[in-house]
Design a protein around this ligand. Structure first.
Ligand SMILES: *[C@@H]1O[C@H](CO)[C@@H](O)[C@H](O)[C@H]1NC(C)=O
Ligand SMILES: *[C@@H]1O[C@H](CO)[C@@H](O)[C@H](O)[C@H]1NC(C)=O
Ligand SMILES: *[C@@H]1O[C@H](CO)[C@@H](O)[C@H](O)[C@H]1NC(C)=O
Ligand SMILES: *[C@@H]1O[C@H](CO)[C@@H](O)[C@H](O)[C@H]1NC(C)=O
Ligand SMILES: *[C@@H]1O[C@H](CO)[C@@H](O)[C@H](O)[C@H]1NC(C)=O
Ligand SMILES: *[C@@H]1O[C@H](CO)[C@@H](O)[C@H](O)[C@H]1NC(C)=O
Ligand SMILES: *[C@@H]1O[C@H](CO)[C@@H](O)[C@H](O)[C@H]1NC(C)=O
Ligand SMILES: *[C@@H]1O[C@H](CO)[C@@H](O)[C@H](O)[C@H]1NC(C)=O
Ligand SMILES: *[C@@H]1O[C@H](CO)[C@@H](O)[C@H](O)[C@H]1NC(C)=O
Ligand SMILES: *[C@@H]1O[C@H](CO)[C@@H](O)[C@H](O)[C@H]1NC(C)=O
Ligand SMILES: *[C@@H]1O[C@H](CO)[C@@H](O)[C@H](O)[C@H]1NC(C)=O
Length: 823
């Protein structure tokens, strides 16, 4: 019965921040209640949780100051939300969300999210740095990145999914990048000691590696093979792909501009079989100075190929490897587009020729940014175009060995003039006194080399730059703006129709459906819930998540977890909305609200009869059994309580609120996680065990059984002494064999069925055992409730929900101190 889960996005979530948020809320709530210290003597559960929350909150302040302690491998299936936690000391302010860390005797490597300071733009990738001896990462360098063209904000996440794909998910659940390894036998991810991010299989074989997908850098041991290329960034600050490319063919290394068509500026031939592998002291033909410290090779935004080495303080350039024929003037963007390079100085094409002003510098303080035409060339005005003739100008992409000699000068000029996409023509006279020579047409004009002193050995060349004398009206600008708007709309449309997702709604639509969020149904864990109506008349419940980062994770987890599971006893997620700061989840409407309003009294609702309570208990059990056992992955809910059980119009109970849930692989039995859940429903193993199993849900379910049958909250401070704690009361009554005393007698029907109720309470006791290995699985509970098996009877009631009293005392002590300090 695996089919319902095949599309399930499987997560294992580091859910720390949500939990803090959650605990902090509880804490604040409790701080406002009176008589704190007295109360805590009798409230080990509360004390434990509140204390942990305080400790966690206080320690989180110092996260940055901790020695980085991250592993270098991870396994299926894991999700890492992007919460920058590590400050970076670099030229601009930045922060990092570490995911994997590899220490070596030389450089250290980290993979994670690298963010700008406000977290609005983050790249997932690999960083190199020279160890860490302060709270700040010192000048880490991004040597590989998955999403350089698509930065994501915080609240995006990296996920190594159950389907074996490594994916980068944006905050709105769109997939930004994927390793495309779905279905391959990936079993984990490893950051190696050379800085290679590897997806490996069962026998540690490499299935995917970042070294095969270089961006703009190479690390020691990394090889560039034919078919691969380095692509420089747009600039030092914008890591998007720029135009500069460096690629190898079987017999040459080539640097070129990725224009249309590509324009080459550097070629170096080598013997076949030569490999372009970066290593200590060498890179194909070059000797590279190196000391024992770390190095990396980077193809810079200006088209230079440089080796950087850590000198103890900074990354210092130790080699600049390419050497174009025209020297520095031979780099295509040395003076920007249309800029003229002369002895390393930049100017514009017409300045030296005393012609009318066709060009001006884009920025007079930065001549190397290039020049722009005063009147852009337009195909609509081809008749009014002419050439600006630049004698002794040369162009980097001209390769004298590959042009056709003997082309007539006029033929060359005309073929450019008659071709709309041609922006300039370079003509190289053959040198025998005629006007014949070689002709190169350019669709895009990068920097022009002033060749007056024959810097380049090709003599007597002239560049004809196409210019226009016509002033263009503003009309075309308006149409351009309109076109851009259309494109944006198309893009939004594409986002809306991603397969496998619940329906995406716009905020405006949801606002309309809920009539401006006017009918509030209740207040959930992370936000308010409102009633709404779909266009087809179906009622819905819209949860509006309020809060910041933590809430957005809960959104991601919830949408991912229940987006594609369908079970009669689990609340169905119909859709979601993620727009600007708005996060909303759309559920099926549950006419009769949450279970707590029916069992805890205090409302006008009449007490539930026995058969209804019994059905509700069975429904919850079935929902949980499905989560734990009938999916391909095991889902632990972690927050089972009456507030998270909803009732539809037919009184079917459905489990909801998956914001804290976690997914496990079928063969994985435990998950290590920060404490999560709700005080009063937390299993005792939270206090001492590292790995949590689905049996924590079984325990919480046991508490819920008791609450349903006894018609009261587990912890009720309106009662005195032992009575305030239902489970303690239960324990005593069980030992006295007087369980019928605590059955809810608000409804007469319950009195009639008191024995049956006591039997179900015993199933509850089975679930509440301190030793979680003795608790039944949920499917066994279902069978017991259906009368197919009998619940274990030799339960040691003395041992139910036991705690180490010494630990309790210590908590109380800590808590009081904390309370004092806080106030
Ligand atoms: C790092 O983590 C490991 C395992 O989680 C733990 O044993 C070790 O004490 C931690 N070290 C520091 C310095 O936190
Ligand atoms: C950042 O690095 C510089 C140069 O290494 C150093 O002087 C400065 O103290 C560092 N700042 C921090 C906060 O580590
Ligand atoms: C991970 O990388 C390290 C260092 O390169 C290597 O020793 C180790 O075997 C790798 N682990 C796996 C599971 O491939
Ligand atoms: C895979 O690598 C890990 C870590 O290096 C090692 O412990 C394990 O034995 C290796 N497994 C196989 C099948 O080689
Ligand atoms: C980075 O460069 C790309 C490509 O030129 C551009 O589309 C993008 O807007 C730039 N990003 C920023 C933040 O400037
Ligand atoms: C000029 O030289 C080129 C080759 O350098 C040759 O193809 C062409 O025929 C010559 N023209 C004349 C008129 O000699
Ligand atoms: C370049 O060649 C043309 C045509 O052969 C000739 O008229 C001109 O003088 C030459 N210029 C130089 C600088 O040699
Ligand atoms: C215009 O020139 C470009 C190269 O500059 C060429 O690819 C294209 O085919 C030419 N178009 C026509 C119609 O000749
Ligand atoms: C919702 O609010 C807007 C203004 O904020 C108002 O124009 C509109 O009539 C309201 N709609 C409903 C159904 O209340
Ligand atoms: C209304 O639309 C929702 C979502 O598209 C769908 O699940 C539901 O079945 C529809 N209801 C009816 C009565 O058509
Ligand atoms: C549950 O909701 C339905 C639909 O709103 C209603 O008809 C029914 O009376 C409710 N059940 C109870 C027990 O109130």
């Amino acid at each position: 019965m695996c089919s319902p889960c095949n599309h399930l996005r499987c997560l294992l979530v580091h859910f720390f921040p949500t939990f803090i948020f959650f605990l902090a809320k509880n804490l604040l709530y409790n701080l406002h209640s009176t008589n704190q210290q007295m109360a805590f003597k009798h409230k080990p559960y509360h004390a434990a949780v509140l204390l942990s929350s305080l400790l966690i909150i206080s320690s989180s302040k110092f996260l940055g100051a901790k020695v980085l302690n991250y592993s270098s491998t991870a396994y299926l299936s894991t999700l890492w939300p992007n919460h920058p936690s590590q400050m970076v000391n670099t030229t601009e302010l930045a922060s990092v969300t570490p995911i994997l860390l590899r220490r070596t005797d030389g450089p250290w490597f980290m993979c994670g999210f690298y963010c700008n300071m406000d977290g609005s733009s983050c790249l997932f990738g690999v960083l190199i740095f020279q160890n860490l001896n302060s709270a700040f990462l010192q000048f880490p360098q991004l040597v590989w990145s998955a999403n350089r063209n698509n930065p994501v904000p915080t609240h995006a996440a990296l996920q190594l999914r159950q389907d074996r794909d490594l994916v980068l998910i944006n905050f709105d659940l769109t997939v930004v990048w994927s390793s495309n390894t779905r279905g391959k036998p990936v079993s984990g991810i490893n950051l190696t000691d050379t800085g290679n991010l590897v997806l490996f299989g069962r026998n540690n074989e490499t299935i995917w590696q970042s070294f095969d997908h270089p961006t703009d850098s190479l690390l020691w041991g990394q090889k560039l093979v034919p078919g691969q290329k380095l692509r420089a960034s747009v600039s030092e600050l914008n890591m998007s792909q720029g135009l500069f490319c460096l690629s190898v063919t079987p017999d040459a290394l080539m640097g070129y501009m990725e224009s249309n068509p590509p324009q080459r500026y550097y070629t170096s031939r080598f013997h076949e079989g030569h490999s372009f592998e970066f290593n200590k002291g060498r890179l194909y033909g070059w000797d590279i100075p190196y000391s024992s410290s770390s190095q990396f090779l980077k193809f810079d935004p200006d088209g230079h190929l440089k080796v950087y080495q850590w000198d103890g303080m900074h990354w210092r350039q130790v080699a600049d490897l390419l050497s174009p024929e025209a020297g520095d003037c031979g780099y295509p963007m040395v003076c920007g587009k249309y800029g003229v390079c002369k002895h390393g100085q930049c100017g514009c094409p017409d300045a030296a020729n005393y012609q009318s002003n066709f060009f001006r510098q884009i920025d007079s303080r930065h001549p190397n940014l290039g020049c722009s035409a005063l009147t852009p060339i337009s195909c609509d005005y081809a008749k009014d175009q002419s050439f600006l003739e630049l004698k002794n100008a040369y162009y980097f992409a001209f390769d004298s060995s590959s042009y056709n000699h003997g082309t007539g000068l006029d033929e060359c000029k005309n073929s450019c003039l008659n071709n709309c996409s041609c922006k300039a023509a370079l003509f190289a006279y053959d040198g025998n006194g005629t006007s014949e020579g070689g002709c190169l047409l350019l669709n895009e004009v990068f920097s022009i080399i002033n060749n007056e002193n024959h810097a380049v050995s090709v003599h007597n060349t002239t560049l004809f730059v196409k210019v226009s004398n016509v002033k263009i009206s503003k009309r075309s600008k308006v149409t351009l703006a309109k076109r851009l708007k259309e494109l944006k709309e198309i893009e939004m449309d594409l986002l809306d129709h991603l397969p496998g997702m619940p329906t995406r709604y716009s905020y405006e639509m949801l606002k309309k459906m809920t009539e401006n969020f006017s009918r509030k149904l209740g207040q959930g864990g992370f936000g308010s819930v409102y009633e709404g109506i779909l266009d087809n008349g179906t009622k819905i419940a819209v949860k509006y998540l309020d809060g910041f980062g933590q809430v957005k994770d809960s959104f991601l987890v919830e949408a991912n977890t229940i987006g594609s599971i369908h079970h009669i006893n689990l609340v169905k997620l119909v859709g979601y909305c993620s727009e600007k700061s708005h996060r909303l989840l759309v559920y099926e409407y549950m006419a009769n609200g949450s279970l707590d309003t029916w069992i805890f009294g205090g409302t006008e609702k009449s007490p539930l009869p026995w058969h209804t309570r019994r059905k509700i208990i069975l429904d919850i059990a079935k929902g949980l059994a499905y989560l734990h056992e009938e999916c391909c992955q095991k889902i632990i809910h972690f927050d089972v309580k009456p507030q998270n059980v909803l009732l539809d119009q037919n009184f079917n109970a459905k489990v909801s609120d998956f914001g804290l849930s976690k997914l496990l692989e079928k063969d994985q039995s435990r998950v290590v996680t920060r404490m999560r859940g709700t005080p009063g429903y937390l299993a005792p193993e939270w206090l001492h065990s590292a790995g949590m199993t689905e049996k924590v849900d079984v325990y919480s379910f046991g508490v819920v059984i008791m609450e349903i049958i006894c018609g009261r909250k587990n912890v009720d401070w309106s009662m005195t002494g032992e009575n305030s704690h239902l489970l303690s009361l239960f324990k005593r009554k069980a030992l006295e064999e007087r369980l019928q005393d605590i059955v809810d007698k608000k409804s007469e029907d319950m009195l009639i069925h008191v024995e049956e109720a006591v039997d179900v309470m015993k199933i509850g006791a089975w679930c509440l055992q301190s030793d979680f290995t003795r608790r039944p699985s949920m499917s066994l509970v279902v069978k017991a409730l259906e009368g197919l098996v009998t619940a274990e009877t030799n339960i040691n009631y003395e041992q139910l929900f036991m705690q180490s009293s010494s630990i309790c005392i210590r908590w109380q002590w800590y808590f009081r101190r904390r309370l004092f300090i806080t106030e």
